[in-house]
Design a protein around this ligand. Structure first.
Ligand SMILES: *Cc1c(COP(=O)(O)O)cnc(C)c1O
Length: 394
């Protein structure tokens, strides 16, 4: 794995993103790494084969293409090692399988990405691991939930859909005192806006499907661990036979080159739309960490360097029996916003949010919750489209 050059380590985010991962001098001077499609790698002799003492040994164990992406992510995360997986969800399930064993207790934030909860409640349960959900705003009080067998504490901030913030440093500190590994889903921020390992997290998880890929055409997950927790992660990954494809790794590295420019634009536009929504009479609340009115704003301001393009709002409606009808009428009137899952691509998306699996942070009572991904379109067109939705519910 090529190490980040010293001059690059000290450079700004845009500079680093342009030069991370691949060293052109290692491949005939070409600016981009080769897309190496591989299963078999040849050895020069039977002795070399027995010793496996060469850089590449088999396609599942890494290629120059996956190495380039892993090196870039390590440099961004400040991690000792990164694994590449076929989806963001696999980037949650694989580290959980790496660090948990039967009889263990895991603490997972209640506002977690919902398929993570499904994994815990089904597969982890079947494997004899007990999952307990905790309030995202628990902070150092997580101490009260720690048990002698608590092996893993999982965070996600801002929360999926409801955007609650977490005091990452305080929670990590308590978890470590009790011998638990701390994992965090950092997909919303990317390592440009938050670096979990700098705040005590051991393992940083990303759906690279989102901003790193950036164009709604790739599924990929990355998991980056500190030196203490890297060997176990790497070992589990090899045991399970998981690896990332050459083309997708190449495309995600390509996406990283423009990620800070795209994110800055998503951030600016999303804040403008959030502000506009917060003044709208048909909106009960806007859930965006950069709005000073948002409960988690102080933590966001203290710990995060920026905001990405995803946030939610509550459409004002007093009668709970009318929530879903009101959300559907609003969403069906949109033309520019696509109705579809995922986010991080260049285009605006909207989804009605279902929080029926929450046990602590339940669905709002002041109206239906709608999540928006603000794309790279012009803000005036984005607002005009949302106006279509509000016109439809009037
Ligand atoms: C989308 C998402 C994932 C899963 O990523 P996929 O590549 O779609 O499996 C995980 N965590 C968060 C926070 C996400 O938003």
């Amino acid at each position: 794995m090529s190490e980040e050059k010293t001059w690059l380590q000290e450079a700004g985010d845009n500079t680093r993103l342009c030069h991370l991962g691949h060293d052109p001098s290692e491949f005939y001077g070409f600016v981009n790494p080769p897309i190496v499609k591989a299963s078999t790698v040849l050895f020069p002799s039977a002795e070399a084969m027995a010793g496996r003492n060469q850089k590449y040994t088999y396609g599942t164990r890494g290629t120059p293409t996956t190495d380039a992406l892993e090196a870039a992510i390590n440099a961004l995360e400040g991690s000792a090692g990164t694994i590449i997986l076929p989806s963001g969800l696999a980037a949650i399930s694989v580290p959980f399988l790496a660090y948990l064993a039967p009889g263990d207790h895991a603490l997972v934030v209640d506002s977690v990405y919902s398929p993570c909860r499904h994994f815990c409640n089904t597969m982890l349960k079947r494997l004899g691991v007990e999952t307990e959900y905790y309030d995202p705003e628990i902070g150092a009080d997580i101490e009260k939930l720690m048990r002698p067998n608590t092996r893993l504490v999982h965070l996600e901030a801002p929360a999926s859909n409801t955007m609650e913030m977490q005091d990452v440093r305080a929670i990590s500190e308590v978890a470590h005192r009790h011998g638990a590994v701390v994992t965090m889903d950092n997909t919303w921020s990317t390592p440009l806006y938050f670096r979990p390992l700098d705040f005590g997290v051991d393992v940083s998880i990303h759906a690279a499907t989102k901003y790193p890929a950036g164009h709604s055409d790739i599924l990929m997950g990355t998991v980056s661990a500190n030196a203490e927790h890297w060997p176990q992660l790497k070992e589990t990954n090899g045991t399970m036979g998981l690896c990332g494809s050459a083309e997708d790794s190449y495309q995600v590295l390509r996406g990283l080159r423009t990620m800070s420019v795209r994110l800055a634009h998503h951030d600016k536009s999303a804040r403008a739309v959030a502000q506009w929504l917060s003044e709208h009479k048909d909106v009960a609340r806007v859930l965006h960490p950069a709005l000073p009115s948002f409960p988690g704003h102080a933590i966001w301001k203290r710990d995060f360097k920026g905001a990405s393009g995803v946030f939610s709002f509550v459409l004002r409606e007093s009668d709970p029996t009318r929530f879903s009808q009101r959300a559907n009428t609003f969403l069906n009137a949109l033309k520019l916003f696509g109705l579809g899952y995922s986010w991080g691509g260049y285009e605006c998306l909207a989804v009605p949010v279902n929080l029926s699996d929450r046990t602590i942070r339940k669905a709002p009572t002041d109206g239906p919750l709608i999540r928006l991904q603000i794309g790279l379109e012009d803000v005036s067109d984005i607002i005009a489209d949302l106006e279509r939705g509000f016109a439809a519910i009037r």
